[in-house]
Design a protein around this ligand. Structure first.
Ligand SMILES: NC(=O)c1ccc[n+]([C@@H]2O[C@H](COP(=O)([O-])OP(=O)(O)OC[C@H]3O[C@@H](n4cnc5c(N)ncnc54)[C@H](OP(=O)(O)O)[C@@H]3O)[C@@H](O)[C@H]2O)c1
Length: 248
């Protein structure tokens, strides 16, 4: 597919996330106006002003909760449907807690699969009717193979990855493109305090750059640091009898 023209507007769902904000800055640097959607919009006013001052584009903040069962109400509240919609909503949660407490597990499943899939499904219908647009979903390599240490989060991301893949397939002839992002480790609030290995850990700004390029080049699935494709190939190839004895 040929390269797209630079988007003139972007909506970032989960706009308070470190990755979401970095993506917003990258689109703004390319001249796109920005809408940040988050549970606590008041908290984001300064971030929006910062984007406006740095990039000379408009940046607004709107209230958004991904667990809202009626995404059309949220979409109706927007001034316009943007060229690109990025979903950076996510919740790592605590695997041990999720095993003991179904409510904790449900929160992780909702934040990583149900909420993002529901709102992007509604966005997709509107973009398909318009005949243009790009939808970017931040999923995870954690969805490629369930591991004992974070399979509740991983399974929700697996569902989200499959949803994005199906959506891309469905929209292929409508002029709407779907990008799946599997960032690998990224230094953010979500991973704060974790001992992440430097060479395979990205900064949020790298994710912003990779997402922006993927939108322009109409890429389907991207890993921010390409080495993650190889790592996941190896992890995926480990036979189950061996895999279940590993502490991954
Ligand atoms: N960091 C990594 O290593 C890594 C790796 C792979 C994938 N990811 C994915 O990248 C995305 C961004 O994560 P991050 O690393 O930037 O972490 P983050 O800063 O913790 O961002 C997660 C964001 O999701 C928002 N969120 C959670 N539940 C929500 C809901 N019900 N409605 C609206 N917003 C909600 C949070 O909102 P509040 O600000 O209101 O809490 C937060 O801003 C997530 O999807 C994450 O799973 C991250």
């Amino acid at each position: 597919m040929s390269a797209a023209t630079p988007p003139r507007s972007v909506l970032v769902l989960g706009g308070r996330s470190d990755i979401g904000l970095a993506i917003a800055h990258r689109y703004a640097a390319g001249g796109a106006s920005v809408v940040l959607a988050a549970r606590d919009p008041a908290d984001l006013a300064r971030a929006a002003t910062d984007i406006e001052i740095r990039h000379k584009v408009s940046a607004t903040v709107v209230p958004f909760d991904a667990v809202d069962p009626d995404p059309d109400r949220f979409l109706d509240s927007l001034a316009a449907l943007p060229d690109t919609v990025v979903c950076a909503v996510g919740l790592l949660g605590d695997q041990t807690r999720s095993e003991a407490d179904p409510a904790a597990a449900t929160a992780v499943m909702e934040a990583n699969y149900l909420g993002p899939a529901r709102v992007l499904g509604a966005v997709a219908n509107r973009m398909a009717a318009r005949g243009t647009g790009c939808i970017v979903g931040i999923s995870s390599v954690a969805g490629d193979r369930g591991r004992a240490s974070n399979y509740v989060y991983g399974s929700a991301k697996a569902g989200f990855t499959a949803f994005l893949s199906g959506l891309r397939n469905r929209l292929a002839r409508t002029g709407v493109h779907v990008v799946t992002v599997k960032p690998g480790f990224v230094r953010t609030r979500m991973t704060e305090g974790m001992p992440l290995p430097g060479p395979i850990t990205a900064a949020p700004a790298e994710v912003g750059e990779a997402v922006y390029r993927a939108d322009l080049k109409r890429r389907n699935t991207i890993h921010v640091r390409p080495v993650w494709r190889l790592i996941m190939l190896v992890i995926g190839a480990i036979p189950e009898p061996i895999f279940k004895r590993l502490s991954l």
